[in-house]
Ligand binder design. Structure first.
Ligand code: SF4
Length: 383
């Protein structure tokens, strides 16, 4: 059985576009959902036909992300699950995640998700401060997020992740502290925490251009970062990746595949695949995606055949994201070279600056390196 790859399924529909979001997701396109699900079914069928030896794909993990997968109504969700089960061996997957927005999950959807094999839910909470939520264009309130986490637990989910953000407009350290305290009361297993990035074309970027955005200054953001990286491990959430913290063994199996250079297939508009040494990207535009799928295109656009140089760089960037770092032996196995032969100078320089640490088996970011990850990654670009 082939279980050495992950599957990502993209649902690009959202009820409302959040002010910071530059993901390939769209609000107000609900009329395309049925057609989109048809295309998704067809693309998965093509994938199974071309790749699976025994008719069905046998991934190690499946992740339904977006957009907002929980924005599908009950009958659309049933269609999606039917397509997945028709083309993939679901019962053997190590992890089957679905992303959800507090506004769009209810008891019926949760039961449907559970009965179709979803064993992990990732809920976009972002903050438990209603003012912060409003300023970033989230449409739920803190109380609703709490209610929906509880509802998911009542429906039998025991692997729940939430996303939180820091550095938000109008956010203070005290607000972040309160959000973290609230998160601790929920009995969840996983937290992803992201610093706000102002992405071009988003509402927040436009507000900033017009001088109408009040963001905490760098010093305040740094204090928030310093606080949360101490707080979460002190409350039982181990940091296993720059932005990810897990209770016990509840780390994300799916995302870990990305960081460990494992192949993955992406289905849906804007989805990326990394397959047999090539990278692919589906059209982001929903109409173009539907058209390409109707023409029988699978693994739609070859973005690039990954060169050995690019592969080595990525192997390092991705490996360093994880606290356990780059496995030296694995580097040797894949590239048939010692990592010091290729990156020795950079490693020495970063170790001298206390940004990297070394053990017999690995090279990893120090706590300081985690904070300034981009500086370190930049050094791993080969001439
Ligand atoms: S719900 Fe998620 S994908 Fe949709 S707009 Fe908000 S952040 Fe983006």
């Amino acid at each position: 059985m082939t279980t050495d790859f992950g599957v990502y399924i993209h649902i690009p529909f959202c009820k409302h576009k959040c002010f910071y979001c530059d993901f390939p997701s769209f609000a107000g396109r609900e009329k395309y959902i049925d057609e989109y699900l048809n295309s998704l079914h067809y693309e998965m069928e093509l994938g199974a036909e071309k790749i699976a030896e025994k008719g069905k794909l046998t991934p190690h993990t499946i992740y339904i992300g977006g957009g907002t997968p929980s924005h599908l109504n009950l009958s659309q969700m049933k269609i999606l699950f039917k397509s997945i089960h028709a083309n993939m061996q679901v019962k053997d997957v190590a992890e089957f995640t679905m992303e959800a927005n507090p506004c769009t999950i209810d008891e019926e959807k949760l039961h449907l998700m559970k009965s179709n094999g979803i064993n992990r839910i990732s809920i976009g909470v972002q903050s438990f401060d209603d003012g912060c939520l409003q300023r970033i264009g989230r449409i739920h309130k803190s109380s609703m997020a709490i209610e929906k986490v509880r509802l998911a637990q009542k429906a039998g989910f025991d692997n729940i992740s939430i996303d939180l953000m820091y550095g938000l407009p109008g956010q203070t350290l005290d607000m972040l502290k309160k959000s973290l305290d609230k998160a601790m009361e929920l009995g969840i297993q996983h937290i992803s925490v992201y610093g706000l990035q102002l992405e071009e074309g988003t509402v927040l970027a436009k507000q900033q251009e017009m001088g109408r955005l009040e963001l905490p200054d760098d010093e305040a953001v740094e204090k928030m970062y310093d606080y949360l990286v101490e707080y979460l491990p002190a409350h039982g959430f181990s940091r296993y990746e720059i932005s990810n913290y897990a209770m016990g063994g509840y780390y994300s199996r799916h995302n870990t595949l990305y960081w460990q250079d494992v192949p993955y297939l992406g289905f849906g508009s804007g989805a990326h695949s990394y397959w047999r040494g090539n990278r692919y990207e589906n059209p982001v535009d929903i109409g173009e995606y539907i058209k390409a799928t109707a023409e029988g295109k699978f693994l739609h656009i070859v973005e690039e055949a990954v060169s050995e140089k690019a592969h080595m760089e990525e192997f390092c960037f991705l490996g360093l994201r994880m606290t356990k770092g780059i496995n030296k032996e694995k580097f040797r196995e894949i590239f048939n070279r010692d990592i010091y032969e290729v990156f020795g100078k950079v490693i020495d320089k970063m170790v001298a600056k206390a940004l990297l640490g070394e053990s017999e088996t690995a090279i990893f970011l120090t706590p300081l390196g985690m904070k300034y990850g981009n500086v370190v990654f930049g050094e791993f670009i080969l001439e």
